[in-house]
Design a protein around this ligand. Structure first.
Ligand SMILES: [Zn+2]
Length: 90
């Protein structure tokens, strides 16, 4: 599988590190429910079809990316930078 980093171009997926589900929502800090925090940390879905994943280009520019990928066909639909340190694309 190849991912296209918006800054570095098309690269083998081995240059990237999978960082988890990009759709998981962290519970609010004032949420004292241990069940909600446990669910955020440990419960994972295993979707088939289009899904958003968080990846880091660890062997490249180290940018975090949201990768939209079909988990059945491995087709990569988009790779977008995310986070406060993401550089603006020209
Ligand atoms: Zn990169």
């Amino acid at each position: 599988m190849r991912l296209t980093c918006p800054y570095c171009g098309s690269r083998d997926h081995q240059e990237f590190t999978y960082r988890g589900d990009a759709t998981a929502v962290r519970p609010a800090l004032n949420n004292t429910s241990i069940d909600d925090h446990n669910a955020y940390i440990f419960d994972r879905s295993n979707p088939d079809g289009v899904h958003q994943e968080l990846w880091n280009h660890t062997s490249g520019c180290r940018t975090h990316l949201v990768v939209e990928r079909n988990t059945v066909t491995h087709e990569v639909l988009s790779c977008k930078p995310v986070g406060p340190f993401a550089r603006k694309l020209k």
